[in-house]
Design a protein around this ligand. Structure first.
Ligand code: SF4
Ligand code: ZN
Length: 310
């Protein structure tokens, strides 16, 4: 029987294949918090006085993110507010919304729930039933980002924090590489920023923590989360890539870490080489920041015969 590598406790909850480390519950919880704090410090993700809008879906990643950021709030370093986007996915989203409400109330933070229906007059289910020009996650991602960006301005937030984990980041790297989407590749990183005053910088404090360990963290801390998978997730290319990475990780447990650290090393050179001619404009329809005259949300809505409800 192995004991906790840190404190010797015989009751271990994890054996990390990549490092051989075994940890008990308390040391595991501490290790996750330390890892996120290390990313926050290394990448300078937070500044004193920040008002951070947490994109809170109620899933394990966003609930863990909120839990970790709350330590900074309790020490009066930052303020936190939250937004939950209701895409209108029958049999799935409502449970997440309820859990998001539970955590926002528990911590006493400002919280907004905004639906696709009230923003665009159409739910994701309705889009996928009647129009299949694009994949569900393409619509979902563009429409969700539009809402979160807007809510960030309403709340006067200085940062938007998302729960992207190590699996998400490596999937994004591989996916965009395989698709030859260099422009998207240059945007992957711990911070997404822009010179536009309409755009709130996005930060990813959990990007170096594997999804599996986040799952274990919420169980270890007894945090209420929505564990179900989105019914559309299987349809996506990201889902396929995720399966490939999971398979590879069985025999190569460090592969996600090396993919991310390798990418982080070449990112700067990639950015310099492929600097896109980026002139920031306001979308001529909705007024949101856009690199084109009309933003992607408005282009998609036009295809669906809808308009942003302002
Ligand atoms: Fe949206 Fe796709 Fe995520 Fe489902 S899996 S919530 S459709 S981005
Ligand atoms: Zn627009």
């Amino acid at each position: 029987m192995e004991n906790c590598t840190k404190c010797g406790n015989p009751k271990i909850v994890i054996k990390r294949k990549q490092s051989g480390q075994t940890l008990c519950k308390d040391c595991f919880i501490e290790s996750i918090q330390k890892k996120a704090i290390k990313t926050i410090k290394k990448e300078k993700l937070l500044e004193k006085g920040d008002k951070v809008l947490v994109a809170l879906s109620g899933g394990k990643d966003s609930v863990t993110l909120l839990d970790i950021l709350d330590n900074f709030r309790q020490r009066n370093i930052i303020d936190i507010c939250a937004v939950t986007v209701d895409e209108g996915i029958g049999g799935y989203r409502q449970d997440g919304v309820d859990i998001a409400i539970h955590h926002a109330e528990r911590l006493g933070i400002e919280h907004k729930i905004v639906s696709f229906q009230e923003s665009y007059g159409i739910s994701l289910d309705e889009i996928m039933k009647n129009h299949k020009a694009r994949g569900s996650c393409t619509y979902c991602g563009v429409f969700r980002r539009w809402i979160i960006n807007r809510v960030a301005r309403d709340f006067e937030a200085t940062k938007i924090a998302t729960g992207h984990n190590l699996d998400d980041e490596t999937q994004a790297i591989l996916m965009n590489y395989l698709e030859g989407n260099i422009d998207n590749l240059t945007k992957i990183g711990p911070v997404t920023d822009s010179k536009s005053p309409l755009f709130t910088p996005k930060i990813k404090p959990l990007r170096e923590i594997p999804e599996k360990e986040i799952g274990l963290y919420v169980v270890a801390k007894d945090l209420k989360v929505h564990f179900a998978a989105c019914p559309y997730s299987q349809e996506s290319f990201r889902g396929e890539i995720g399966e490939i990475i999971k398979d590879l990780s069985k025999n190569h447990p460090t592969i996600m870490y090396s993919t991310l650290s390798g990418f982080d090393k070449i990112k700067k050179a990639l950015k310099n080489e492929y600097k896109s001619e980026f002139k920031f404009e306001k979308c001529s329809i909705c007024g949101e920041p856009s690199s084109n005259e009309i933003c992607r949300a408005c282009v998609f809505l036009d295809e669906l015969d809808r308009k942003v409800i302002l």
